[in-house]
Design a protein around this ligand. Structure first.
Ligand SMILES: [Zn+2]
Length: 327
């Protein structure tokens, strides 16, 4: 049997670790990131998760193919560095791969979490059999990954695929990245909740008010999805608004990349056709017909495992990693 990869999905709130071989995932280990404690503390939590998975599985570190981490943020994949991560406070130029490799004698790889999910959906999920595919995760924020000729497109420094930071409105809302009017500010789960709250505060009647017992600030995508199912006008209008912006973003991607498929994942994608159908319609209306007719826009299939599966596939494709200081 081939040695498995110990894969991580490092997010702002949760850490998922597991042993992954192809699409098989075993010994899942969930823990809290405690991002507010800063990088060093989070790295210690990662060490503990490595130790737990090894102990549970009975494997020795030398029996692993590698450790591979899908992390939120802008990742320098070549050097294994988290250069910046808005959901991980204090993470600036943290050489995560090197820090892990100093403690564990095994190759360590690092890539962006949405890029990892793109790789996984392409290999084992909705994008199987396609050659040119784009993955978008619509959640609190928006991330993405671009597969060209069956390979993830990494760009000059490993940062490609930041689809959430495509500018849709130059005068739009301020984004966490410093720009304005990014797709993330207009089409994310955060934007969805913001729109519903704005309408309710403006006096529109909605089931949502009762669902959160009048605590409007507590409205999230989940409640909006439930209210929409019951025909709530505010919920439906709010979803249509973000679906519209998502569609406009997709038009640019379709025209630029001419992909065979766009796979949409993330928590907001659980809205299903309510989100995808209006977005598809806009692509049909606005994209070049040649391009629009070639693309399928479909939901993701791998759910929460996409990050760890993709990190493992990526690791299997790489040469053993040596951090710069160890050369
Ligand atoms: Zn942005």
């Amino acid at each position: 049997m081939k040695p498995p990869v110990l894969s991580f999905d490092l997010g702002g709130t949760k850490i998922l670790a597991a042993l992954v071989l192809n699409s098989r995932v075993e010994f899942r280990d969930y823990s809290l990131t405690h991002a507010e404690e800063g990088p060093q503390a989070v790295i210690e939590y990662i060490f503990k998760a490595i130790d737990r998975v090894l102990k549970e599985s009975g494997l020795d570190i030398t029996q692993l193919h590698s450790i591979s981490i899908a992390s939120a943020g802008a990742i320098n994949t070549k050097n294994g560095i988290v250069t910046l991560s808005p959901n991980l406070p204090g993470w600036q130029n943290i050489p995560l791969a090197e820090k892990i490799q100093k403690k564990y004698p095994v190759s360590v790889f690092l890539l962006n979490d949405a890029n990892a999910a793109a790789i996984a959906e392409h290999r084992y999920g909705a994008g199987r059999g396609t050659r040119h595919m784009i993955y978008i995760t619509v959640s609190t924020g928006i991330g993405g990954g671009i597969i060209i000729n069956n390979k993830i497109y990494e760009g000059a420094s490993g940062g490609a695929g930041e689809i959430g930071h495509m500018s849709l409105d130059a005068k739009g809302p301020k984004c966490n990245c410093g720009n304005t009017g990014c797709m993330e500010t207009l089409a994310s789960g955060t934007a969805l909740a913001k729109e519903a709250k704005r309408r309710i505060k403006g006096g529109e009647e909605s089931l949502l008010s009762g669902m959160v017992k009048g605590k409007i600030e507590k409205i999230t995508g989940k409640e909006i999805g439930e209210a929409a199912e019951k025909g709530d006008v505010v919920a439906i209008a709010s979803i249509n608004r973000i679906a519209g912006y998502l569609g406009v973003g997709l038009v640019s991607l379709v025209n630029i990349f001419n992909p065979e498929m766009i796979v949409i994942g993330g928590s907001v994608a659980k809205l299903g056709e309510r989100l995808l159908s209006p977005a598809r319609q806009i692509v049909r209306e606005r994209a070049y017909p040649l391009h629009a007719s070639a693309v399928k826009i479909v939901p993701a299939q791998l759910g929460d495992d996409a990050g760890i599966i993709g990190a493992a596939v990526y690791a299997m494709q790489q040469k053993p990693f040596k951090p710069p200081t160890a050369l």
